[in-house]
Design a binder for this molecule. Structure first.
Ligand code: MTE
Length: 320
């Protein structure tokens, strides 16, 4: 990433979900008195645009215990106010404070490339045939901080199979929407836009990989990638691309935004690996947002049992 040193949020800046819900009530009350759209500064000092805080729609989910961690959840406020979404700016607070104009509905995703059923599919066409699951995953950012988040999504593989990829489909590439009028960060060339990411087809089909539409039981806030994003929990967070508008099956390894901008720092695979340092900082430890002390980073972010076999025979120092 572009920052030099990780900049963790302090425990004192964080409120839990119940306080967040209370605050939403407060926002509703103030809205009644004509203060809609005003920025709200909470008791914690975090700033949330009222519009964004009101956005969550309840989702009906089943809990997936098999893949969920029972570690303590990162509070909702931290999850939704300390973000990386460079299309809204590079400061961690920019996505929450500058995404109020972004319209996540209606939405469609173009499916293209090596498959039998390409086309443009509405959000509902993609999501509706599947049962939404809640999965509590760790997300480890390349900047050496991490969170534990109850995501709501569906296995990406189940969705991809419906488009009938051909035998030439070796990779899957993902592209984020580009709307300069709604995404002020696009005015600066900090990355090659649109934001692009990619997975090998077996990584995309792996049961841990989810197409994500919500968190904490509600639709995704804009700053977290509304209305549809990827979560690949064993890879650094930058692989978990937000606000996806295109999915393409490819024969060749696709180009990715971070790899284009700094190939020596961000590889295509980007598996969480404490043995391979980032050229500018160690990846051996991480700070769980809300904690004071750092903890050891686990290989594959602790999901090695499920995913290590995908990389048998590969030199993960070379393929970082
Ligand atoms: N997707 C897009 N389109 N733009 C981004 O800047 N940042 C990535 C990833 N997805 C990013 C993105 C990075 S670096 C991280 S760590 C995660 O989103 C952060 O997800 P979160 O803000 O929901 O925690």
């Amino acid at each position: 990433m572009l920052i030099k040193t990780p900049d963790p949020i302090k425990p004192s800046q964080i409120t839990d979900k119940q306080q967040y819900l209370n605050r939403r009530q407060f926002i509703r009350d103030t809205t009644k008195f004509g203060m809609a759209g005003a920025l709200l500064t909470s008791a914690t000092g975090l700033i949330l645009p009222a519009e964004t805080a009101l956005a969550g729609t309840k989702l009906s989910t089943v809990k997936n215990h098999e893949f969920s961690t029972d570690e303590e959840l990162t509070p909702y406020d931290a999850v939704t106010s300390y973000n990386n979404f460079y299309e809204f700016g590079t400061d961690k607070r920019d996505p929450a404070s500058r995404s109020g104009k972004f319209k996540p509905q209606p939405w469609s995703v173009a499916i293209d490339g090596e498959c039998m059923k390409p086309g443009v599919y509405d959000y509902e066409d993609i999501i509706k045939p599947h049962q939404l699951e809640e999965r509590i995953y760790r997300l480890r950012c390349v900047e050496a901080w991490s969170m534990v988040i109850p995501w709501v999504g569906i296995p990406l593989g189940d969705v991809l199979k419906r488009f009938e990829p051909t035998s030439r489909a070796k990779y899957v590439s993902f592209t984020t929407v580009m709307r300069p009028d709604e995404m002020p960060g696009l005015r600066r060339d900090v990355l090659r836009w649109p934001y692009r990411e990619g997975l090998r087809i077996d990584e995309a089909m792996h049961p841990l990989t989810i197409l994500t539409v919500g968190l904490y039981g509600e639709t995704l806030p804009n700053q977290n990638g509304a209305p549809i994003r990827l979560i690949v929990p064993w890879k650094y967070g930058f692989k978990s691309i937000k606000s996806i508008v295109k999915i393409e099956f490819t024969h060749k390894q696709p180009k990715t935004s971070w790899n284009i901008s700094a190939p020596h720092e961000y590889g295509f695979y980007a598996n969480v690996n404490p043995e391979v340092d980032h050229p500018r900082w160690s990846q051996g430890k991480e700070r769980r947002i809300g904690d004071f002390l750092k903890r050891e980073t686990l290989k594959f972010n602790g999901y090695g049992e499920q995913v290590a076999a995908l990389y048998n025979g590969m030199d993960l120092r070379k393929h970082y």
